[in-house]
Write a protein that binds this ligand. Structure first.
Ligand code: CMP
Length: 139
């Protein structure tokens, strides 16, 4: 079925001017970018977005990193978009990511891993609504 998923191009990637290269990978995978904006989160906003991870040892580092520089938030649409996006992103740790994936090609470490993607339909809906209004989704 046609799905929507939420994606973030992270600070390590925007800093290295990789937005276009990452978008090309997403589009080549059959995903359509139906909403996109560049923003700079505060630490409070990053903490709210990643609240599910607040007990994890890396939470502080994650929040600081995500608020360190601009990010690009986007909504992707396509057939099985959630799984397709996770496939083209590759494993969380770039050391484990498959050849040809975004994280294999561009990520620096498990923390500075260039891209975030929703892990399921419920998270996708919540994450999209955190950043976008319905009017901004132009499918
Ligand atoms: P993401 O998909 O954005 O969701 C949570 C993020 O936490 C994850 O990608 C990683 O970038 C980050 N993360 C996971 N494990 C670690 C870790 N051990 N150290 C630092 N960051 C981590």
């Amino acid at each position: 079925a046609i799905q929507r998923t939420f994606s973030i191009i992270k600070p390590d990637a925007t800093r290295r001017n990789l937005t276009g290269k990452i978008n090309a990978k997403l589009e080549e995978a059959g995903l359509r970018i139906i909403a996109q904006k560049r923003i700079h989160l505060t630490q409070a906003q990053a903490g709210q977005f990643y609240a599910v991870h607040k007990e994890r040892p890396f939470f502080g580092e994650l929040v600081e990193f995500m608020a360190s520089e601009p990010i690009v938030v986007q909504v992707l649409e396509g057939e099985d978009a959630i799984a397709k996006n996770r496939e083209v992103m590759g494993a969380t740790n770039p050391a484990d990511a498959a050849e040809g994936t975004i994280r294999k090609e561009f990520a620096l470490s498990i923390g500075e891993n260039s891209i975030h993607g929703s892990d399921g339909p419920d998270t996708a809906a919540t994450e999209i609504a955190f950043f976008f209004s319905g009017l901004e989704l132009v499918g």
